[in-house]
Design a protein around this ligand. Sequence first.
Ligand code: 6PG
Length: 232
Amino acid sequence: MPLSAIHQFSSNHDFLEFASKEILATISDTLSRYETCRIGLSGGSTPKGLYKRLSELHIPWNQVTLIITDERNVTFTDEASNYGMIRDVLLSSIKIPKENILYFDTALGYDSAVLAMEQKLLQLKHERKPSEPLFDLLILGAGPDGHIAGIFPDTDTELQKGFLTAKTSTDVFEVRERMTCTMKALTSCQQALLFLKGHEKAHLLHALEKGDTSMPVGKFIHEAQAEVLFLE
Ligand code: 6PG
């Protein structure tokens, strides 16, 4: 992990301003090459403030596809729902065509939600050349155990090799049943911003600086072009 790819901030304002500038630049650069910019959004509390900030920026949302990278097996009205959080802080405040939002539709049922999302992502993949990334930009958080999206330290990623989505589970966090983009899907990204916030995540920063790939976050950083933004 080249040190230059790690940015540390002591204020939320600076954290959000830096991230917003990066995202606007990526959207502009992507739209100079493609008709749409594909942005992956993970859940959790860290990126929530950024998503709120994005809703205030002048972004050509009709040229953006938002892909929610992982979900808990709950209804969208459940406070644990990633879609529900992103709907409340971002989607409800912007004019974006409904067809530009891809997410695990838990209303279909656990297995069907994953299968339907697999089809949607395969369709996206086929709209570009095989060598081109699925995501133009990926916005990720990481849990204290080093999980990213719905990929946990004990997730058997070998089983998921050929897929873009998978069912996973965790015994560490409240909602056990998860659905997620696989590491294969997540690492198919042109650029990624990994947000780490708070002293309880400092150990992850140190692990990344050492090149530790024992946790999903380290495996991801090892394979993808990513910048780490750490807010103390
Ligand atoms: C999830 C999230 C998850 C999140 C990390 C960080 O569904 O749990 O998508 O991958 O990004 O857990 O969450 P915090 O930002 O709340 O620490």
